[in-house]
Structure formats: structure tokens, C-alpha cells
Write a protein that binds this ligand. Structure first.
Ligand SMILES: [Mg+2]
Length: 356
């Protein structure tokens, strides 16, 4: 079938999933953990990739608090540059390369690739660079102790790591048509580190969301598919597998479906954008459908709402890339560290589609 005029070709859209993830991650990284008010006060607005920075007072002392709370400098502390991405893209790329190398889904290979990225960033004192979350690190340590990937996950904070890294599984689903298998592996891949049922469900929803967008799903169907997939894959909250936080992910995603045209500020007030998955993940989904026809404006908005900005940016950027192709400004794309490796991984998954 010939391409429609103005429609990006599919190879470009596969690339844009991974590059969009990196761009969102890069935009959000310097203000990770900051509140919206802190970004406005100290930075004004993030509108392009910037060098990580540290605020200092008149005496040269690092400013670690203001009237809104703590000020964190994860990216500057890690010595990152403007175009460097963090764990969100590192683990997304590891998953994409695992799929490309196996030409399919192999849980052991996925776990091995992800663990290798972590081990490579371990420092002599046991800490790691890259910004890996604590629950992810606990899961990786269990892999290192010899637990198989089906048993390495832990009951930790309900984090958003499964959602942030799962976009390549959606590409696999589009490339091969193996939708059910993809959703099953999205669940298994999330459980390599996270057992909280909301975290696991977020990875499955993200894989399906990428798949739907690559299939040109209309906006209303996209939003209703989120709720049906989330309901289907979110296990009930139990004492044994959910330690903290309130309510289900499904309820928050249903709020998005019922509030599609709400103001972004109202959505943020309701959902928040913290690293808790039931906060940041539905917020990123809300913004994607809200800015359906203005994806780059939406991405800048997402980051400037603060919270877990590198992750909300990465999740939104991958979705926006799947839907729209390489819509990001050329100058942003050029700055992405290791761009060729992202493009190569995307192309190799695309070849699974071309080979069908
Ligand atoms: Mg990160």
C-alpha cells in the first residue's frame, strides 16, 4: 500500500519511538524530582535540551531547598551532558536490542541485556550511575545472585519502570502481529524487577498503547483501549504484592477516559506526576491524548509540570514518536547521545515487519 501524503513511513515511526523516548528523557532529566513551581521559579521553562545544572546562592553554596521543598540534581551529580539520557532510555534500548538479537521475545535474554547495562554502570563503592530506581536495583541484584528472571522481581514501591521501558514490545507486536504474546511478555518483563500489580499493568498498557498508535488507532479508541487493557492485566491489590500507595491503576486510567478534555492543570492536580506509577503514568497518557495533534507542545508541557520528569518525558516521547514519527526538532534529535544505536535497534525490529 503506498504511503498516504504527509504520513511518516513506518520505519521512521519505529525509529521515532526510541528516539522520542530518549528526547523526552533528555528534556526532563535536569529537573527530575522538581515541582512545577520550582521549575518556574529557577529555570522559567524547559524548552530544549539543556546542560544539567546546580543552583548556588550568593556565597556559592549549593541550594538544596526552597519554599517548595527539596531541589535535587541527579543529572548534574552523575556528570551528565545535555544530550545524555538516563535509565529510562538505557533499559528501553536494552529491551529493543534483546528483541532485535533474538528476532523475538526471550525473557532470559531480555533480563541479561538489562542487567548488563546496570553492571556496566556500577561504581567501585556499589552505587550505580544512570539513575536506576531502587526497586529496579533490588531486582537486578537478585538476578546477579542467580535468581531466574521469573523470580527476581521484588515487592517494592509501585514505580513506573515497567511503563518507561516497555515501548519496544509494542513495536514487536506491530512488527509481528503477535499481540497476545507481546502483552504476556510485557507482564513478564515488568516482573523481572517489579511485582506491584500496578507497576506490572503499566508495562502491559504501554506496550499495547505503542502498538495501537503504530496501527493508527483513533483518539477515542486509543483512550478506551487503555482502560480495557489495564482492567484485564491489573491483578487485584493484595497485601502480599502491594506495599504502598492507594487505589488501582485502572481507576486512574478510567479518570483519563472520563476526562479527556479536562485542562492539563486539572489532570495534574488529580493525577500528579511523581515516580509512583499510578500518578505519572496516567498523567503521561492523559497528556498524549490531550495534545493528540500537537505532540511536541505536549512534550514540553509534560516536562514543565515537574515530578518524575525524565520518565514522564520518556513515556510520552515514545508514544508521540509511535503516533507521529520524527516530529521532534532536528536540533534536539542531533543532540541525542548514541543516536545511531537507537536508530539501529529500531531498524532491526522494523525488519521483523518487513520480513513478514
Ligand atoms: Mg531516569
Amino acid at each position: 500500500m503506498p504511503n498516504m501524503p504527509n504520513m511518516p513511513d513506518m520505519r521512521e515511526r519505529y525509529r521515532a519511538v526510541l528516539v522520542g523516548c530518549a528526547i523526552g528523557d533528555i528534556l526532563g532529566k535536569p529537573v527530575e524530582g522538581w515541582k512545577k513551581e520550582q521549575i518556574e521559579k529557577h529555570v522559567g521553562r524547559i524548552t530544549e535540551p539543556v546542560e544539567p545544572f546546580v543552583l548556588r546562592d550568593g556565597n556559592g553554596k549549593v541550594v538544596r531547598h526552597d519554599e517548595f521543598g527539596k531541589l535535587k540534581y541527579f543529572a548534574a551529580d552523575a556528570g551528565m551532558k545535555a544530550g545524555d539520557y538516563t535509565d529510562d532510555t538505557i533499559l528501553t534500548l536494552a529491551l529493543a536490542e534483546a528483541i532485535a538479537e533474538c528476532k523475538g521475545l526471550d525473557l532470559g535474554h531480555i533480563a541479561g541485556k538489562q542487567l548488563a547495562e546496570y553492571v556496566q554502570r556500577l561504581l567501585p563503592d556499589g552505587r550505580s550511575t544512570g539513575g536506576f530506581g531502587y526497586t529496579t536495583i533490588r531486582g537486578f541484584r537478585r538476578l546477579m545472585e542467580g535468581f531466574p528472571p521469573e523470580k527476581s522481581g521484588v515487592v517494592g514501591a509501585p514505580g513506573n519502570a515497567p511503563a518507561m521501558k516497555m515501548s519496544p514490545v509494542g513495536m514487536y507486536m506491530d512488527a509481528t502481529g503477535e499481540c497476545e504474546k507481546g502483552l504476556q511478555y510485557a507482564g513478564l518483563t515488568g516482573r523481572i524487577t517489579h511485582l506491584d500489580p500496578r507497576s506490572v499493568a503499566s508495562g502491559v498498557v504501554q506496550a499495547h498503547a505503542i502498538y495501537g498508535l503504530l496501527q493508527d488507532i483513533p483518539r477515542n479508541d486509543f483512550v478506551s483501549s487503555l482502560t480495557s487493557v489495564c482492567r484485564r492485566y491489573e491483578m487485584p491489590l493484595g497485601r502480599s504484592n502491594a506495599r504502598s500507595g492507594s487505589g488501582s491503576l485502572s481507576e486512574r486510567v478510567e479518570w483519563v477516559a472520563a476526562s479527556m478534555d479536562a485542562e492539563a492543570a486539572d489532570a495534574h492536580r488529580n493525577l500528579g506526576s511523581s515516580s509512583l506509577v499510578f500518578s505519572s503514568y496516567p498523567f503521561a497518557l492523559f497528556m498524549l491524548q490531550k495534545y493528540w495533534d500537537n505532540p511536541v507542545e505536549g512534550l514540553v508541557e509534560v516536562v514543565n509540570f515537574g515530578g518524575d520528569t525524565d520518565t514522564t518525558g520518556a513515556i510520552y516521547g515514545a508514544l508521540a514518536g509511535a503516533k507521529n514519527g520524527m516530529v521532534f526538532p532536528e536540533s534536539w534529535i542531533r543532540q541525542v547521545s548514541g543516536l545511531e544505536r537507537l536508530v539501529s535497534a529500531a531498524d532491526r525490529i522494523y525488519e521483523l515487519k518487513a520480513g513478514r
